[in-house]
Design a protein around this ligand. Structure first.
Ligand code: NOJ
Length: 555
């Protein structure tokens, strides 16, 4: 793969609603992000991914856009957005926006016009079907049929996600051109690119045929018919040619459903995106990636296998987008470390293990503090529409209320969406007033102020790890070097990063016990550890509980 300008970035994801509230309405905002740019600069990140800030009724917290060229009032104004971009630029921090173009809000003018006037051209901007009954039995990602009846007419519209998120009809060239204009308009404002939402959903199975039901609701999961369907690449190539490519911008796509053998179309020299997220290892605790109630008991060796498979597949074509958290995933500490979620050595090992993989590291807000899941006591405490649906579907599948609550607590998207804990004051210094979602229970203990400048804290650990990768002596190998799995004992993940001239072995001990690792040949220098020094005795490496170490092999 040819070298690209974005390969050295460290990306930090901001969920604006929960980052910092500058005006005391309990909701985070753009000015709040601008005020905290120095915090992000200090941490060492170089690019921000800002979740949707466009005008929206917020049914899905901004992933339901009603005007692509306006900012949602609770987040501020277009001037605030321009100011954020320019203030970030002063600090050499780039900004990428979330691009949601599989669907809009039902409150978008296009959809409203389509409803009011079925003869208008906007009717064909969406997917409508005539009939008295839903046209097929597909289940939407957030539950219930993908079809919603148009009030007063024998007609249904299609939505892959919530019913207030009608899908756009990408088969219509005029719609596509309108979307490209919006994409270019934002790029011309000086943003560095986009994180692209649900992009593999833009092409549907146009037979709209029923599928075999797979749940107590007698519906069939829609993903097999609406995700990564044949022909999608033509749409994606066109999008790339008309928007991203001429701007040489960075793009990271949420591209669930893409097979490893298809990656050449998506990333690398001939791909439509810079990188894509791979969810296979993020979803290793649930059966098929979407049935949250079919939980899987997994071991570190399974995680190791999945991560390495992903890395080796991505490396064939280009770079990976490495992450352990985002706004849709539970906190990584709780998910991957289970009962060790509060053990700071374990949290650091988890952070280092994914951070030194080949590719771009993404950090989700609060991950750098070691935040953990927040257990809620009843379904009424949840805000996220998909968590609420999951609870009721679990009951329908005949799980008990306790089991249903447990599933939702483990997987809920409200876990990472709690307000950012800046300090231990009331409302964690996030806002002067009651936040839109409760603070995480541990905020008096786990907050930024208690960690900044404190040696051994998780924040300081992340900061120094970022500095080591970005500015240290081994940056070339750690950023551009290839990856290969290395042998390790059962609870240790190990890999080698290498260039033609350097080799760095990376070991991460995920167990609370000492482990003994077999080194392939003698002569190693320890160049980085999560704490202390590991013991090397002949060709054996002895790792302390939850210790990680990077070894440079001596020629
Ligand atoms: C994926 C986004 O990450 C998620 O938060 C959103 O609900 C869906 N796409 C629908 O836009």
């Amino acid at each position: 793969m040819e070298k690209q300008w974005w390969q050295e970035e460290v990306i930090y994801q901001i969920y604006p609603k929960s980052f910092y509230d500058s005006n005391g309405d309990g909701i985070g905002d753009l000015r709040g992000i601008t005020e905290k740019l120095d915090y992000l600069k200090d941490l060492g990140v170089t690019m921000l991914w800002i979740c949707p800030i466009y005008k929206s009724p917020m049914d899905d917290n901004g992933y339901d856009i009603s005007d692509y060229k306006a900012i949602s009032e609770e987040f501020g104004t277009m001037e605030d957005s321009d100011r954020l971009i320019s203030e970030a630029e002063k600090r050499k921090i780039k900004i990428i926006m979330d691009l949601v173009i599989n669907h809009t809000s039902d409150e978008h003018e296009w959809f409203q016009t389509a409803l009011k006037n079925p003869k208008s051209k906007y009717h064909d901007y969406y997917i409508f079907k005539d009939g008295k009954e839903p046209p097929n039995n597909w289940r939407s990602v957030f539950g219930g049929s993908v079809w919603e009846k148009v009030p007063g007419r024998d007609e249904f519209y299609f939505h892959s996600f919530g019913k207030k998120q009608p899908d756009l009809n990408w088969e219509n060239p005029e719609l596509r051109e309108d979307l490209y204009k919006i994409v270019n308009w934002w790029l011309e404002k000086g943003i560095a690119g986009f994180r692209i939402d649900a992009i593999t959903f833009i092409k549907k199975d146009l037979t709209w045929a029923d599928r075999e039901a797979d749940g107590a609701d007698n519906l069939a999961r829609c993903t097999k018919a609406v995700r990564n369907q044949p022909g999608i690449i033509d749409f994606l190539n066109e999008l790339n040619e008309k928007t991203f490519k001429p701007h040489n911008c960075f793009t990271v796509a949420e591209a669930a459903g893409v097979g490893y053998d298809e990656l050449g179309n998506f990333i690398g020299d001939n791909g439509c995106f810079s990188v894509i997220f791979d969810f296979r290892y993020a979803d290793l605790d649930i059966a098929s990636g979407s049935e949250w109630y079919e939980r899987i008991d997994w071991k570190i060796s399974d995680l190791n296998k999945k991560i390495m498979e992903s890395q080796l597949s991505m490396q064939k074509y280009g770079f990976s987008a490495n992450f352990i958290e985002n706004h849709d995933q539970p906190r990584a500490t709780t998910k991957y470390l289970k009962e060790n979620q509060n053990n700071s050595d374990a949290v650091k090992t988890l952070g280092a293990m994914y951070f030194f993989l080949k590719g771009l590291p993404f950090i989700y807000q609060g991950q750098e503090l070691g935040m953990v899941n927040f257990e809620r006591k009843c379904i009424e405490e949840f805000n996220d529409l998909s968590s609420i649906d999951q609870y009721y579907r679990s009951l329908q599948e005949e799980y008990s209320k306790e089991e249903a609550l447990n599933f939702v607590n483990l997987r809920s998207r409200d876990n990472p969406r709690v307000p950012f804990p800046w300090n231990n004051e009331k409302y964690g210094g996030f806002s002067q007033n009651k936040p839109w979602l409760s603070m995480a229970e541990e905020y008096p203990k786990i907050n930024a102020e208690s960690q900044i400048g404190k040696s051994g804290s998780i924040y300081e650990f992340y900061k120094s790890m970022i500095g080591f990768r970005q500015k240290g002596k081994y940056r070339n190998c750690l950023i551009y070097g290839d990856i290969q799995p290395a042998e390790s004992s059962e609870n240790v993940i190990a890999y080698k990063r290498f260039t033609e001239t350097e080799e760095i072995y990376c070991y991460f001990n995920f167990s609370g016990k000492n482990t003994v690792e077999q080194l392939s040949k003698g002569g190693y220098e320890q160049i980085w550890t999560t704490f202390g020094e590991a013991e090397i005795s002949g060709d054996k490496l002895i790792l302390k509980p939850f210790q990680s170490v990077l070894l440079k092999s001596k020629p």
